[in-house]
Design a protein around this ligand. Structure first.
Ligand code: HEM
Length: 482
């Protein structure tokens, strides 16, 4: 029997999915969990036959979903360390392989590539049509040179479970091996280093210091079960059907699936962010019965406190700070967690149902799988702005236009979402070049309907340095290239 992608809560050993999971790359249904990585961006220089042969050869190194599971087991039982590898191709990469156009993954954004700012995409709720060019409001003048060059693919290498210095050294060797295997076929455009940062509780954090990677769609029953530690799932069901992230691979057989990858290098201005939060906190304190500090103002931006506690749930003791069993039913006017806060913009947890009478399944179908990792310095309190620090944002989805682009364009960048006057996402909203964003409204007192809402403009502390759209194909497709 073949795989049914409408299913939720399956397990990796489900007999109906063994063929599919032996060919599906790892890191899709479940994160690879390693703390150190290298993203090796390459472009082909050989003829299409040589390019195909090289890919078929390195497909032996690519980690499948089943192999990732085996590796995890062997790490638990015997502390065995394994290199994790993903391989992804841009649409230009497909062209360089000489693959016929009918066999290219069909997503419109994938086919256009991220540097194309002229192709219009439909980012209105399904059914309406108003195609927009450059829906992300990207400005290629800000991009690093490497991302402006032709990128045909990327190999993601990751290692963990050992001493950091050792992992870094081994990864360097792996990059060299990979580069040697490419001779005459492809050249490395650049190599991006990534590393996980952790707080004193060993939880993953990003450069502004907030716990990250908490809320993600869950595909496996065992992962959903983990949510019990975080409060259960009676008010928020994180389970998601496989078709949130898996699509048939047009270059494979009936059991071949892949996923679309959005890669964005997002630089974070840590000093600028916290300095502006100080000013926001002072402004709120002047209008509030209680004193507001920068950390509280930060929680109004993110939707969660630094330790992960959702701001709408503060005071609800008893659960871990990674609590995810919440929605905004008791905060329909955004007086606890502002509508503009990053976590609420990117997962409105019912706001679109209340505001637009839109079916809950549509809102849920926008969800993306986040597999990003930090880059740059580990100094979280630098004394200058725009240091080498930020997030290598990686999202996986079945449809780039309907999921990632919709989320960034129609929710984060849209000052009118979820209501007129809400303002942009203060963390990642990108305004059109030359159009300063409007102020957001900030509640001066948590949850009080009569309290004043202060207008204050907060944005511009995350800059896009580049990126690309990729497809992560099945192993069957890669092997068939030889
Ligand atoms: C959640 C930080 C970029 C989508 C979060 C959280 C933090 C965070 C701290 C809350 C913890 C969690 O649930 O994991 C950042 C930073 C970014 C960034 C610092 C840039 C440097 C983006 C972008 C998108 C995005 C570009 C997509 C357009 C999401 C989603 C969630 C989330 C979907 C989960 C919301 C939920 O389900 O409650 N982010 N993020 N993030 N972020 Fe981001």
């Amino acid at each position: 029997m073949s795989a049914n992608l409408n299913q939720t809560n399956i397990e990796i050993d489900d007999p109906n999915f063994q063929q599919a999971f032996s060919q599906l790359q790892g890191n899709i249904l479940k994160g690879h969990g390693r703390d150190h990585s290298r993203h090796v961006f390459f472009s082909f220089v050989g003829d299409s036959t040589a390019n195909r042969q090289w890919l078929a050869q390195i497909s032996n190194q690519v980690t499948s979903t089943l192999e990732q599971q085996n590796q995890q087991q062997r790490f638990k039982e015997k502390n065995e360390i394994h290199l994790f590898t993903n391989l992804m191709l841009s649409c230009h990469g497909y062209k360089q392989l000489g693959i016929e156009q009918e066999k290219w993954p069909s997503d419109k954004a994938f086919q256009a590539g991220m540097k194309d700012l002229t192709t219009p995409f439909d980012t209105l709720p399904r059914g309406d049509h108003n195609p927009t060019a450059n829906p992300l409001n990207d400005d290629l003048e800000q991009w690093e040179n490497g991302f402006l060059r032709q990128i045909d693919g990327m190999v993601l290498l990751a290692l963990g479970g050992i001493d950091s210095a050792q992992a870094e050294q081994q990864l360097e060797q792996e990059v060299q091996k990979l580069q040697a295997s490419m001779a005459g076929v492809a050249e490395v455009v650049f190599v991006q280093k990534g590393h996980v940062m952790r707080n004193d509780k060993q939880q993953v954090i990003e450069h502004f210091g907030f716990v990250d990677g908490v809320s993600n769609p869950k595909f496996l029953f065992s992962e959903l079960n983990e949510e019990f530690k975080n409060g259960g799932y009676s008010r928020n069901d994180p389970s998601a059907p496989l078709n949130t992230v898996m699509v048939p691979d047009p270059g494979g057989n009936a059991d071949s699936f892949g996923t679309y990858v959005v890669y964005r290098k997002l630089q974070q201005n840590i000093k600028g962010f916290w300095d502006r939060l100080d000013i926001l906190a002072n402004t709120l304190s002047e209008n509030s019965p209680t004193n507001v500090d920068a950390e509280y103002a930060g929680a109004l931006c993110v939707g969660r406190f630094k330790d992960g506690t959702p701001i709408s749930e503060q005071g609800n003791d008893g659960w871990s700070n990674l609590f995810n069993n919440f929605n905004y039913d008791d905060d329909a006017d955004g007086l606890k967690c502002p509508f503009h806060s990053h976590a609420r913009k990117t997962n409105p947890r019912g706001d679109t149902v209340r505001q637009f009478n839109s079916p809950p399944t549509i809102e849920r179908s926008r969800r993306i799988v986040r597999r990003g990792i930090s880059f740059g310095s580990t100094d979280l309190a630098p004394n200058k702005e725009w240091t080498d620090a930020g997030l290598l944002f990686i999202s996986l989805q079945a449809d780039i236009v309907d999921q990632f682009i919709f989320m960034q364009n129609t929710w984060c960048n849209n000052e009118g979402f979820v209501r007129q006057g809400t303002g942009m996402d203060p963390l990642v909203g990108q305004a059109k070049k030359g159009q300063p964003p409007a102020a957001q409204k900030w509640p001066t007192s948590w949850g009080s309907p009569n309290a004043e809402q202060v207008d204050f403009s907060f944005s511009g502390f995350v800059k896009t340095l580049g990126g690309e759209y990729f497809f992560m194909p099945s192993l069957q497709f890669l092997r068939s290239l030889s």
